[in-house]
Each structure stands twice: as C-alpha cells, then as structure tokens.
Design a protein around this ligand. Structure first.
Ligand code: NAD
Ligand code: ZN
Ligand code: ZN
Length: 384
C-alpha cells in the first residue's frame, strides 16, 4: 500500500510499504478514506520529538472497516468508522477512569528487572516510538488495535469532512474548555488560532462562554477564527495580547486562558534547543502569557503539546493568583459520542476550517506548506 513515511526531520515521503495485517484478535484493519495533518505532526516533522526509525505518520483518520479480529464484535467489514487518536484498551485501571491517554496496556514500559511499570504514558497512532511505535493513518490502510473500544460508527448522513475532526481536534478543543468547568457567562481567551484553537473557541460558545477572544500572530488565521468561530481577535505581533485582554475585561483578566499553541510558540528557540533536554527561557512564552492574562482565581488549560522539561515555570504566579491548571492529551473516547451528536444535530459546524483537500500522493508537499503557513493553509485533508 501507499503511505506517508517519516524518514528524518523535514523528510517525509509517500512510498510503498507493507500492508498492515491483524496481529491480535482485538485488531481491525481500516481502509482510510480521509486523514488530516495535525499541528502535532509538525512536532515530529520539525524534529521536536525524535523518531529514530521510519514510521507511517497520521493520527487523524477515518474510513471503512476492511477486516476485524475474532475479538471484535461491535464493528464489521464495510462499516464506516471514525477512530480516536489515543490507542487505549478500554478495561485497565486508567481506562476504567475514562483516562484513555493513560492506558496501561497500549504503551507498556518495563523497568530494569523487566517489571511492568503501570501507566507510563499515552499510545497514539503514528506518533513516534515514545508514544507506542504504532504506524499511523496517513496511508491507504491502518491497523487499529483495541478496535472494540476506539472506533465509532458514523451516521451515513454525515460526510467525511463533517465528522473527521472527531478523531482529535474537536474533542481536544472541547477538553480545553471542559477542564475549566464553565458555569456560564465567562470570558475565554484562546491563544492560537490553529485548528485546535478554533475548535476550543467553538467549544467555549457551546459550553456557555459569553465572550471568546482568539490570539495569534498570523493575520489569515485570525481572519478564519473571526469567521468560523465568531470571536474577537488580537494579533499578538501588533499588540501586547496580555494588556489587550486586561483592557477587554475591566483590568481583571480572562476567566479562562487556553494555550492551544504549545512548543511551537517560539520555534527559533526550539530549533536551537533540539537535542538538548532543557529548553531556554522564552520557549513557553504563550503559557506565561496565559498566566499573565488570566484573572486571579481563574483557570489555565493547556492543550498545546509540550515535550521537554522547563526550568522557568511561573510557579510564583500560579501560587499567588491561585490559578487552576490542567493540561494533557485529550480524552477523546470520553467525549466523542456526545460530540458526534452535536454535529448530527447541527449544533456545530467543523469542516469550515478545511483549506486544502488533496490526494495522499501530495502529502509531502502539504507538510511543507502547512509547516511554513503558506497559501493561507489551516487544515489539510489527504485522500488516500
Ligand atoms: P498549528 O501549528 O496549526 O497552530 C498553532 C497556532 O499557534 C498557529 O496558528 C500559530 O500561528 C500560533 N502561534 C504560534 N506562536 C504564537 C504566539 N506566540 N502567540 C499566539 N499564537 C501563536 O497547530 P494545531 O493543529 O492547531 O495544534 C495546536 C497545538 O495543539 C499543537 O501544539 C498540537 O501539538 C497540539 N495538540 C494537542 C492535542 C492534545 O490532545 N492535547 C491534540 C491535537 C493537537
Ligand atoms: Zn492531531
Ligand atoms: Zn487501558
């Protein structure tokens, strides 16, 4: 089959690889009909997460069930499914708590004596050996482990474009707001008008915010955020975003600040810091802005990915302002059924952020365009 294979940073190629096959009775093989490129894929592409061997990338995908193992009874050949990006067994200590990104079986780590270290981290499709070493879905076919737990059947009335973002970015944006437990009437400031940030903005409205502000440094992305999520925007290159948010909130600050940028906030520093464990101060600028711009007693949630330790975490501010803080990989399996219903009922539109839809064969070029933010690129769909 054809698949998008990571070779080394900035070197991804569509090439012929071995077809995936059933390896366990709980596996399914999916024929991929649509798959997206994510800001998270850029972390691998740019070498921020090291990946020593070739790997098929892609964790946002959906398609038609081609084959199931003997232990999979809920889906069958021919079903159309959307697949959550975290790989989770569904029945362990953490899955029972609906914390699929901490599943202890999908990415087992072993201690010095070979003892299983429980709950050592998420397993994700196509996301480096660190995250389990599973091949991803930017491919014609993909093996889906624990297929009796993750994949959801999709109503025929919805197109791929309408429902694909259930795999990741809508549940991720939803998590960012759900973690803040809005009571209604809050002001929410979302740093980052990428696909994830915009999904957080849409989620903020649905969860009861009265004012939503989007912050970015790319004018075309601010433009899309205004149109797609109906938010007020701040261009952080032209204005001091923290000051602007204070002015908009009678000096108090926003009730909730979301970091939907992550490590990408200062790429020049990151690229310098590659291969060193400790990042320099400045790398987490956006997170620091969130701590500055949130009101006392407010909430900061972090869905932008951070993959390295950091020494200048604003602990003093967190303590002094009494900030509630939550972050991590999204609990897709917890939210997905409810979110599919929201789309089905017409409560939210997700596909208006798609700017590029191309054959899988053009994936390598699209990584470059999405990474450089050229051609007003916001979200790329690949069609195998
Ligand atoms: P993206 O790269 O398209 O978007 C990032 C946005 O941040 C861009 O629009 C960029 O212009 C903006 N930005 C960069 N520096 C900024 C600054 N200093 N101030 C304001 N904005 C700035 O990526 P995306 O697909 O939207 O993903 C966003 C983040 O979410 C990434 O870190 C990604 O890895 C992460 N993510 C996390 C999860 C999760 O489960 N937690 C899931 C998906 C993606
Ligand atoms: Zn993603
Ligand atoms: Zn589990």
């Amino acid at each position: 089959m054809k698949a998008l294979v990571f070779h080394k940073p900035k070197d991804v190629r569509v090439e012929t690889v071995e077809d995936p096959r059933i390896e366990d009775k709980r596996d399914a093989i999916i024929r991929v009909t649509s798959t997206a490129i994510c800001g998270s894929d850029l972390h691998i592409y740019n070498g921020m997460f090291p990946q020593p061997r070739n790997m098929v990338l892609g964790h946002e995908f959906m398609g038609i069930v081609e084959e199931v193992g003997s232990g999979v009874g809920n889906i069958k050949k021919g079903d159309r499914v959307v697949v959550p990006f975290p790989i989770a067994c569904g029945h362990c200590h953490f899955c029972d708590m609906e914390l699929p990104t901490h599943c202890e079986n999908s990415n087992p780590h072993y201690g010095p004596e070979g003892a299983l270290l429980k709950g050592k981290g998420a397993a994700l499709f196509g996301y480096t050996d660190l995250y389990g070493g599973y091949n991803g879905g930017q491919a014609e076919y993909v093996r889906v482990p624990y297929a009796d737990y993750g994949p959801r059947k999709v109503p025929d009335t919805l197109t791929d474009d309408q429902i694909l973002f259930m795999t990741d970015i809508f549940p991720t944006g939803w998590s960012a707001i759900d973690w803040a437990q809005l009571k209604g009437g809050e002001t929410v400031a979302v740093f980052g008008c990428g696909p994830v940030g915009i999904m957080a903005m849409k989620s903020a409205w649905l969860q009861g915010a009265k004012r939503v502000i989007g912050i970015d440094i790319q004018p075309y992305r601010l433009d899309i955020a205004r149109k797609s999520a109906r938010v007020e925007t701040i261009n952080a290159k032209e204005a001091d975003a923290v000051e602007a948010i204070r002015e908009m909130t009678k000096g108090y600050g926003a009730d909730v600040c979301v970091d939907a940028v992550g490590m990408e906030a200062d790429r020049s520093v990151l690229e310098k810091a590659l291969n060193v464990i400790q990042l320099e101060k400045g790398t987490m600028k956006v997170l620091e802005h969130c701590f500055d711009a949130v009101r006392r007693g407010g909430t900061v949630t972090v869905v932008g990915v951070y993959g390295t330790p950091y020494d200048n975490f604003p602990l003093h501010q967190w303590f002094d302002k009494g900030i509630k803080l939550m972050g991590g990989q999204a609990w897709v399996q917890r939210y997905i059924d409810k979110l599919i219903t929201l789309v089905q009922d017409g409560k939210v539109v997700l596909d208006d952020i798609i700017t590029h839809k191309v054959p899988l064969s053009e994936a390598s070029k699209m990584y470059d365009i999405f990474n450089k933010k050229e051609d007003n690129c916001l979200k790329v769909i690949l069609k195998p």
